[in-house]
Write a protein that binds this ligand. Structure first.
Ligand SMILES: C[S@@+](CC[C@H](N)C(=O)[O-])C[C@H]1O[C@@H](n2cnc3c(N)ncnc32)[C@H](O)[C@@H]1O
Length: 340
């Protein structure tokens, strides 16, 4: 895709993310040959719009309309290109725990939780967060709560129970309709990441914040609250590749707990053959496996086509042991459960 088109696509994503400033900035860059040429000096893999905008902010670009950003970028070309060569965007989105915790509720505890692509490890604490969900379907309209009822981190989730499908509803849909979602006890937690974020390092956490698009402050607030939880008991995150490091990371888990390997928004970064190698490596472990990944990414997770979903509503598939339980949006804020 041409660089200008990548910024145009990013402008559309910014609208969905409710970030008018990133929408304006991205459209401005897409139509500006001078700024595009400047970004073109960075290594190919570092010209991603989200990274370019985050790096500009990190280096001091003001959160002001596009003409100010343009002026700032053209005044700091070398610093911008050098920093683009050094950084990658870092994302750790606890909202994905909404769907993941639904799958986790189907696993018998006690559980040893191992997240692959854990970033700062913020998704390793579902039992410390409060989940507030609404579930709607044929004749069902319930509010549900699970997790820590007094948790400072409140994760919302809209659940569509599906309607009148030809197949019977799943056990998960039955539990959700009855308002019964409970997490198993988590007795051990650890992560694995090629480039972990140290949750105790203020600069690393600040970069996590800068990687979020400016807009509704609720995402930054959620991130800060989750960071506070993780700092109270910093999780162990092994610096290793998802495939090569999996067996070693799993070997540390207690043997009297059910090992659950989780991946969310991570396997897309593995080339196709490595992705399958990861799936094969998980299947060689005596473990449960929860994935919340782009729906067309894994051969092992088969998702039937869906009609009637809002745009982006089936971006991701939630699966337990490769069996698809639901489809949902990229951030995990809404899901539709699949029949069994
Ligand atoms: C988009 S982030 C998702 C983080 C977290 N799972 C979440 O949903 O918030 C992807 C993470 O995967 C890590 N990653 C990318 N390739 C990897 C690999 N081959 N092995 C292990 N981790 C990898 C990145 O460093 C990054 O922290």
């Amino acid at each position: 895709m041409l660089l200008a088109d990548r910024f145009r696509a990013h402008a559309e994503a910014a609208v969905r993310e409710r970030s008018p400033l990133y929408d304006e900035w991205s459209r401005g860059i897409a139509d500006d040959p001078d700024v595009l040429a400047l970004i073109g000096r960075a290594p190919e893999a570092r010209r991603q719009p989200a990274l370019v905008l985050a790096v500009a902010r990190w280096l001091g670009a003001p959160l002001e309309p596009w003409p100010s950003l343009r002026e700032w970028m053209l005044a700091h070309p070398d610093a911008l290109v050098a920093e683009l060569g050094r950084r990658t965007t870092q994302v750790n989105d606890v909202r994905r725990l909404g769907p993941v915790s639904l799958a986790l509720s189907r696993v018998d505890g006690p559980v040893a939780l191992l997240e692959v692509g854990a970033s700062a490890g913020l998704c390793l604490f579902p039992d410390r967060y409060a989940f507030h969900a609404t579930a709607r379907g044929d004749g069902v309209d319930v509010d549900l709560r699970w997790g820590d009822p007094v948790g400072d981190v409140v994760v919302g989730l809209d659940i569509d129970l599906g309607s009148g499908a030809d197949a019977p509803p799943s056990a998960l849909a039955g539990a959700v309709s009855a308002g019964r979602v409970e997490l198993p006890e988590i007795v051990w937690r650890a992560g694995l990441d090629l480039d972990p974020v140290d949750v105790t390092d203020p600069s690393a956490v600040s970069w996590l914040e800068t990687s979020l698009p400016p807009g509704p402050s609720d995402r930054v607030d959620l991130l800060r609250r989750a960071v506070a939880v993780a700092r109270s008991a910093p999780p162990r995150i092994l610096r290793a590749d998802a495939v090569d490091g999996l067996a070693a990371a799993a070997a540390d888990a207690p043997t009297d707990a059910r090992l659950v390997v989780v991946s969310t928004g991570t396997l897309v970064y593995l080339p196709g053959a490595r992705r399958q190698a990861f799936v094969d490596a998980v299947r060689r472990l005596d473990a449960s496996w929860i994935s919340y990944e782009r729906r067309d990414l894994l051969h092992d997770v088969v998702v039937p086509p869906h009609a009637g979903l809002a745009p982006g509503g089936d971006f991701a598939a939630l699966a337990l042991d490769g069996h698809a339980l639901a489809v949902g949006d990229a951030h995990g804020t809404r899901v539709r459960l699949l029949p069994s």
